[in-house]
Design a protein around this ligand. Sequence first.
Ligand code: ZN
Length: 267
Amino acid sequence: MPWCPTCKTEYGEGTEACPKCGAALTGLPPEQMACLMSLPEEQASGLLAYYEYLGYSCCAVSRNAESGLFDVLVPAGLKDVLSGHAASYLEENPEISRADTQDARELLRPSGSAYIEKSKQLEDIRSTAFAFLVVGLIGLAAVALVIAGILPFPFTGSGKALTLAVMGALFIIFTAVGISNTQKINGLKKEAEAEQAKTRDAVEQFLAAHTASSVDEGLALTGTLEQDYYLRIEKIRSLLGAQGSESPAYEDYLLEQIYAGLYEQAE
Ligand SMILES: [Zn+2]
């Protein structure tokens, strides 16, 4: 039965807020709750929201009439665990508050998958190719100008010939690397386009066959974003079936794209 943490009164099942003071009720009687810390209102409710995201839904905040601060009440048995979470929450995420659910979810989402999109690889190769070509061609031009007698050179005779030969060879290598990367660009460009089309088609196909609610059907969702994220990703993986994906990294990338399509546009 729900209790008001402030008035220490028990209410009937289904009551969500205390009729006397308006506080959110908790499932545990006051004697089983322990005060973890007292905080200003915004931080206290932010911490409470954080606990809810972690799956601890039985915590409460109660205004302390003496201090004017807000007591964060937690089940006594979880006090140690939750004080550990509180320390890291207050240090690292002072920006999370009840209003920032979007941000909180971004923080809980595993950071980007290891997969590098082909279009990103293309950018890297393009800038490498350009750098090598520029250095190689400017160097060759300088060597040519020295040979033509237009640019001055500190050495004469065999020293000059040897130095120019070595420098010329070096700049030829630079130019060759630049050219070979430029050639790779065309191939990679086609691959990048093919990959984008393939991803787009796969996401569209999935979204045509499934919706967020059909994916959620039969899942034991916990209301904890992190856990639900994994449950949903695994469900999507099994619904996708054996598509014969060539790389696990690409598969994870595709799953994230589908997840985003299912759960992020609806908001
Ligand atoms: Zn109350």
